[in-house]
Design a protein around this ligand. Structure first.
Ligand code: NDP
Length: 265
């Protein structure tokens, strides 16, 4: 039974998108899409916690946001390492609640399925899928005890579509879509909202080889109804929506932000 005093959806809010009292952990946010989402959430008033494995990159990312007057903490851990995750989350919870978790950390290894090694398969599955369970588990226990919380999983077009040479990634992102729905099944009754964002093709370090590949670049621009790559800051609107009271009755969904690619053959 949800306590109405902690369920903001029963109280008309002046600004449904206000994030000013929210502390948000974004995994894999020392660069790329994660850092853009973190910056955007912080610009909407959130206190953000950046994460990644590379400590120097993490500190540089935090400094870049602090220089703009944004409130930033850092937490260095590997999302695939159960002990590191549990220790880091426990430490973060000693200094305050986690209101929103964004499971963003991910990797891509392009290889066809008849060539893939078990090591690569496991690396991609563990980083893109198992990690979301590992990080969400201790965070959700805390959110369930509070009677509120939001989790946003960063999926992909490959959560619903296949593409040659992305087998491990497609299996992982398809699994992440279903994990989003499974989390909804287990946790929605505790007033947790678990949703996903499905980015189309965005220019980041991960996609740099594709942007540089003339043929692939032309394919992306031709195949995307908007005729271009996305800019990471264009994911901020969806993240603000899913992190805020505006989405309090939205659960188990993927919001595609892809210039129309998933909608059109
Ligand atoms: P980047 O390679 O630019 O960034 C990946 C981030 O994840 C880095 O901050 C990296 O930091 C972190 N990371 C990787 N492995 C781990 C780990 N084991 N533990 C903690 N952090 C880790 O990728 P993008 O920004 O492009 O991608 C971000 C997310 O968006 C991914 O989930 C990706 O699948 C998804 N996505 C991206 C698309 C795109 O077009 N770019 C399209 C659709 C989805 P560090 O190396 O320091 O650990």
């Amino acid at each position: 039974m949800v306590n109405p005093s902690v369920n903001p959806s029963v109280h008309p809010s002046v600004n449904l998108f206000d994030l000013s009292s929210r502390r948000i952990l974004i995994t894999g946010s020392n660069g790329g899409i994660g850092l853009s989402i973190a910056q955007g959430l912080a610009q909407h008033g959130a206190q953000v916690i950046l994460n990644g494995r590379d400590a120097a990159k993490l500190e540089a990312a935090a400094q870049s946001l602090r220089q703009n007057g944004l409130e930033v903490e850092t937490s260095r851990f590997d999302v695939t390492n159960e002990t590191e995750v549990d220790t880091a989350i426990a430490e973060l919870l000693e200094t305050g609640p986690i209101d929103v978790l964004v499971n963003n950390a991910g990797i891509q290894r392009r290889v066809s399925l008849e060539q893939v090694t078990l090591e690569t398969w496991n690396e991609v599955l563990t980083t893109n899928l198992t990690s979301a369970m590992l990080v969400s588990r201790p965070v959700a226990r805390h959110m369930i005890a509070r009677g509120q919380g939001k989790i946003i999983n960063i999926c992909s077009l490959m959560s619903g579509l296949g593409r040659a040479t992305t087998g491990p990634y497609t299996a992982a992102k398809g699994g992440l879509k279903m994990l989003t729905q499974a989390m909804c099944a287990d946790w929605a009754k505790h007033n947790l909202q678990i949703n996903a964002i499905g980015p189309g093709y965005f220019e980041t370090e991960m996609t740099a080889p594709l942007v540089a590949d003339e043929k692939f670049n032309a394919w992306v621009c031709g195949r995307t109804p908007a005729n271009r790559w996305g800019k990471p800051q264009e994911l901020v609107g969806a993240a603000v929506f899913l992190a805020s009271n505006a989405s309090n009755f939205v659960n188990g969904q993927i919001l595609y932000v892809d210039g129309g690619m998933f909608a059109v053959l």
